[in-house]
Ligand binder design. Sequence first.
Ligand code: KG4
Ligand code: ZN
Length: 377
Amino acid sequence: MLILGIETSCDETAAAVVRDGVEILSNVVVSQIDIFAEYGGVIPEVAARSHLEVILPVIDRALSDAACSWDDIDAIAVTHAPGLLGSLLIGTLTARTLAILHDKPLYAVHHLKSHVYTNWLNVPESGNIPLRNAPSLPSSRGSVAPYLARRQICSSEGYFSDSPAFPLLALVVSGGHTQILYMRGHNQFEIVGTTRDDAVGECFDKVAKILGLPYPGGPSIAKAALKGDAGKYHLPHPRIEGLDFSFSGLKTAVLRAVQKDLGLPISHPSHDLKNHLSQKQVADFAASFQKTAVDILIEKLEMALEQFPDIQSVVVAGGVSANKVLREALPEAYFPAPALSGDNGAMVAAACYYEIQSGVKPVDPYALNIYPRVEIS
Ligand code: KG4
Ligand code: ZN
């Protein structure tokens, strides 16, 4: 089954053709990062206009890269929730029109489901990056260890496969979300932990702004942190009970620590602090912040693993899953190829394939709606 996946929920215009939910035949992503780097963040109206300009060439290219015509495509999948309203509209209206024009079944996919399903995609033949970290590497982490042992047992009994085994926990870490999902099987999602305020990716972006590092903050903090001392500044972990997260306090803690380090009052405007910071201070703050953010994620994941002793695997997904420190902290988890961590069309097609396998029916192309804020279910 060949599925054309279309993704426009934020600032990437993307389309891909995927065979049977695993084999990427093409994967075209046009990012608007260059435009928004200048502004330090996404401007929704500009994002929607940019999607409109490139979406048809992106889809044409996805078809031609996959060497297929419309006749070969079995279904169209599009992100309809959550995301920026104008961005979602461009993707869904395009997909609806194409589904009607070419008489194809149309499926509407939740963005976080798509991120999770990057972990079932094979590496493209041309790709030189491994799809995911090698599973079952030794880990020194306390509560993750029993889970590791379980995976090895599975493996020796011969029913271990390279796809994540169920039930599993998915840690979704993106610019808009920070959630722990429990998956009993394909297309069965239960939110067991979520952020009460900012998402972790958003926190990377905001801290980068304070430090004067370019948008998007995740990659620029990771880069600056390479030369920094992660133990230099001690930043507090939020005291949130259960499996929920909070990241707005961490951003404020960085702000206060920067002001203190510079000997400036807390009334000093945050946008001016970058003008006073040395490169060494920026690197140390970036490294200390990154370590704290990753530690907070791991802490909650470990709590979740204790709470759900039946878990067979852990998958990580979303833009922040590209982070190297996070990857190194979880050698036993599944990660997407770094190139597939951010938004792309292949993940939409993959998620759609497993929805179809689970009995999900196509939507009416004349009536499909968008849901900018709806939760995964
Ligand atoms: O999944 P994504 O591409 O878009 C959303 O669905 O939100 O995630 C984007 C987020 C941004 O906040 C970006 O700063 C973050 O992912 N990000 C990273 C890294 N690469 C991207 N965060 C930490 N480390 C990275 N290497
Ligand atoms: Zn995303």
